[in-house]
Every structure is written in structure tokens, then in C-alpha cells.
Design a binder for this molecule. Structure first.
Ligand SMILES: Cc1cc2nc3c(=O)[nH]c(=O)nc-3n(C[C@H](O)[C@H](O)[C@H](O)COP(=O)(O)OP(=O)(O)OC[C@H]3O[C@@H](n4cnc5c(N)ncnc54)[C@H](O)[C@@H]3O)c2cc1C
Length: 402
């Protein structure tokens, strides 16, 4: 067995783990990233695509936004469609900021390339990761790579291993009275990536009698489209024709909006869930991103929330590693959960307003009333815009939401 050491062992090379690794490097803190999959797999996993304004600013500060600034699509707002009409919310006008559309896998590629170029370690295909000794000051992570078992000694383990990772389980065993907040939805999103040039510059969130649909794009040639489908739907039951026909039903509006079709490059169904695990830290183990919480994708918060967690964590680890103030870890859970619950509420609210839940006419009228309010009242639109473009990261968010 080889034995090595580092300051922070980061499990998972998703947005949370990779951004954390860069934030730590910027503070002079060494880390090792352990990733279960190979590089190609993580660089081609199509998931989120909306970056909040503070996330973009953070990536710029880290010096990894050159391609993002070149290829990312700046969106000044979004459109909400209901009752056959589109209504535009101009975020720039409402709150002075915009969002950027840039695929999560592109961010992951940029972060990996920059880290490897700096000579900092990422171990791909790290199997059988186990975490031990988290009650003491020297936790240990063991893993198998290149046919050998490795032992990594560190001061803090950051579990950034997503919803199905191993860290939350370890934390749960260490804290028997942990809390889990969980909500399933009776539907999921069928998402496709299509080679079809977008016909509009911004996202359209459509509340239709047949269910929700989202029109979005990833580049000037690629559209990303979503349909609300029942939670137990099978992707095999959706032919190309059926997908396009349902999109044709739910998306076009009376004011002439139409869209291009084209070869479907990727397809999949994602379940919708709201989930929060607390605490997010025990001893020398912290969890961040999807490892700690899941939001339904309607508010475009998942990846941004992962970045927000590690922005808080990096400042705390600066105190812990560089100044020996281990007690600062005590603040991590409460600092993160304030934002997590704000985003949970926003994601749940957007989901509730835009999806079809059942045939209840009362609920339908409430949805329409809410949609009319956010598209006619500047105060209501500003609230949506403020949450959508993203609240300030780190200390300033904690202070303003104390
Ligand atoms: C299928 C899918 C589609 C999504 N679509 C959208 C969307 O359209 N819009 C949106 O806003 N959000 C979407 N999300 C949410 C968004 O992608 C996540 O919130 C974001 O990826 C969170 O980043 P993360 O780094 O916390 O976790 P992840 O991106 O999941 O990264 C975790 C990493 O840890 C690795 N890992 C796991 N277990 C281990 C282990 N034992 N050892 C080592 N490594 C391990 C994984 O391989 C992975 O690379 C989607 C999520 C999924 C799963």
C-alpha cells in the first residue's frame, strides 16, 4: 500500500470538487481530487447549463473562464409562456445582472484542464473509496487505483461525490441524529440534446395543459429541450417522433414562436426531488453540493448551489489549514444551509408554478394567478429575477440573511 498525505482530500470531480480544488489552490492549500470515473466520462456528462452571475464571477476570479467568456451565451432574461402567450422577464432591467448558458461538462473540462496544467493531482478511476478516522485531526481516505491500494492522510475530507456518493453515508453513520428533508414529485424531466439551431436567444418556461416544457440551448447550433413526464416513465417509450410532437404541442405560442427540429444527440429522464441532509459536517468530514442536497432543476440551481457551498467551505478551510482554527468548521453547516433553503424554496416554487400536478381546477387557477402576477408586477418579477440570477456568494450572503 502506498501512503501519501495532503491537506484536503476531495472526493468527486464534479463542479463542487473541482471548484473547491481551485479555490484551495488559490489560497495556497494543497489537495488531491479522487474521481470514480475516467476523465472522458466526467467531461462528457450532459447535465446543467445555467450559470448564475456570482458563479460566473467566481470562475473568472479563478482564471478558468476564458472559454466560458468566449463561448458562453449571455442571457439577459427568460420567458414564461402560459395560456398561449409568452411574457419576457428582463433580468438586466430588473436586477442589473444576467445569467450565462454554458454546459456543465464544459465547465468541468475547463476546470480539469487548468488543474492538470498547474500540475495538481486528480486521480481518475479511483475505486473503492473509504473514509475513516473522521473524529480525529488526521482522517484517512483509502482507494484503489492502477491495481494498487492507496492510503491518503489529510486534515479534512471534502465529500463532493454527488447524490449517490459515499460521504453522506459516512456522515450519517457518525451522526445518528442527523436530519433528512425529502420530497418527491410525481413527475420527472425527459431531456434531449438536439442538433437544431435555436430560434430564440433565451429560455422559455412553458406551463401547458399537457404539462411543463422548457426550451433552452447550449450553443448556436444545439438546443436542449425538456418535457414533464410521469415519474415512472421509460425513455424507451418515447420515439423521436413522439418527443417532437409533444414539444410541438407544448411550446409554440399564438405570437408565432416555432422551433427547429434535428437529430437527437442525447436523451434521458431525470427524477425530480427536493432533498436536504443536515448537518453537512462532522469532525473532519464535510459534504458539499449534491452530496448534501438536491433541488428540482426548474430553478437552475443544482450546479450553482454546489459552487456556492464550496465558496463558503474554501474560506473556512483557509482558516482551518492556514491559521489552525479548526473550530471554524463548526460554522459550515449553518452558513451553507441558509442559502440551501433559499434555493430549495425557489426551486420548489418555480416547480409548483410551472408543472401540472393533477386535475385539480383550484390548483390550476392558483398557478395561472401566480404566473400573471410575476409577469405583470415589477415587485414579483424582481423577486424571481433576484433569485434566478443568484444571490451573492460567501460571507456577504450569510451577513445579509442572518
Ligand atoms: C442526470 C442529471 C441531470 C441534471 N440536469 C440538470 C439540469 O438540467 N439543470 C440543473 O440546474 N441541474 C441539473 N442537474 C443537477 C446538477 O447537475 C448537479 O446539481 C451538479 O452536478 C452538482 O455538482 P456536484 O459536484 O455536487 O455533484 P456531481 O456533479 O454529481 O459530481 C460528483 C462526482 O463524484 C463522483 N463520485 C461519486 N461517488 C464517488 C466515489 N465513491 N468515489 C469517487 N468519486 C465519486 C462522481 O462520479 C461525480 O463525478 C442534473 C443532475 C443529474 C444527475
Amino acid at each position: 500500500m502506498t501512503v501519501t498525505s495532503t491537506s484536503v482530500a476531495i472526493i468527486g470531480a464534479g463542479p463542487a470538487g473541482l471548484v473547491l480544488a481551485h479555490l484551495l489552490a488559490a489560497r495556497g492549500i494543497d489537495s488531491v481530487v479522487l474521481e470514480r470515473h475516467d476523465r472522458r466520462y466526467v467531461e462528457h456528462r450532459v447535465r446543467a447549463g445555467v450559470l448564475e452571475h456570482p458563479s460566473v464571477e467566481l470562475l473568472r476570479q479563478l482564471g478558468v473562464a476564458e472559454r466560458l467568456d468566449r463561448e458562453g451565451l449571455a442571457h439577459r432574461g427568460i420567458e414564461l409562456a402560459f395560456e398561449g402567450r409568452r411574457h419576457r422577464l428582463d433580468f438586466n432591467e430588473l436586477v442589473g445582472h444576467s445569467i450565462t448558458v454554458y454546459g456543465q461538462q464544459e465547465i468541468v473540462k475547463d476546470l480539469i484542464a487548468a488543474r492538470l496544467a498547474a500540475g495538481d493531482p486528480i486521480v481518475f478511476e479511483a475505486a473503492d473509496v473509504t473514509i475513516s478516522d473522521i473524529d480525529g485531526p488526521s482522517p484517512v481516505v483509502r482507494y484503489v487505483a492502477d491495481g494498487a491500494t492507496h492510503q491518503l492522510r489529510c486534515r479534512v475530507v471534502a465529500g463532493c461525490d454527488g447524490f449517490h456518493g459515499t460521504s453522506r453515508e459516512v456522515l450519517g453513520s457518525a451522526v445518528p441524529d442527523h436530519e433528512v428533508f425529502d420530497r418527491d414529485y410525481p413527475f420527472g424531466w425527459l431531456g434531449i440534446l438536439a442538433e437544431a439551431a435555436p430560434t430564440i436567444d433565451e429560455l422559455i418556461y412553458s406551463n401547458h395543459e399537457n404539462g411543463f416544457a422548457l426550451y433552452s440551448m447550449r450553443s448556436p447550433k444545439i438546443t436542449r429541450l425538456y418535457l414533464q413526464v410521469p415519474a415512472d416513465e421509460r425513455i424507451e417509450d418515447w420515439s423521436d417522433d413522439r418527443i417532437w410532437s409533444e414539444l410541438e404541442t407544448r411550446l409554440p405560442t399564438g405570437d408565432g414562436f416555432t422551433f427547429n427540429t434535428g437529430p437527437i444527440l442525447e436523451r434521458g429522464i431525470t427524477a425530480m426531488r427536493s432533498f436536504v441532509f443536515a448537518p453537512m459536517r462532522w469532525g473532519s468530514l464535510v459534504i458539499a453540493g449534491d452530496a448534501a442536497h438536491i433541488v428540482p432543476p426548474t430553478g437552475a440551481k443544482g450546479m450553482n448551489l454546489a459552487i456556492a457551498d464550496v465558496a463558503v467551505l474554501a474560506d473556512i478551510l483557509d482558516d482551518v489549514i492556514n491559521r489552525g482554527r479548526h473550530e471554524q468548521l463548526d460554522d459550515y453547516t449553518s452558513a451553507c444551509l441558509r442559502r440551501v433553503w433559499r434555493c430549495q424554496h425557489f426551486s420548489w416554487w418555480m416547480t409548483s408554478m410551472l408543472h401540472r400536478f393533477d386535475d385539480d381546477p383550484f390548483r390550476r387557477q392558483l398557478q395561472l394567478s401566480e404566473l400573471r402576477l410575476v409577469t405583470s408586477s415589477t415587485a414579483a418579477a424582481t423577486s424571481l429575477a433576484e433569485n434566478y440570477v443568484g444571490l451573492a456568494l460567501g460571507e456577504s450572503f450569510v451577513r445579509s440573511h442572518a
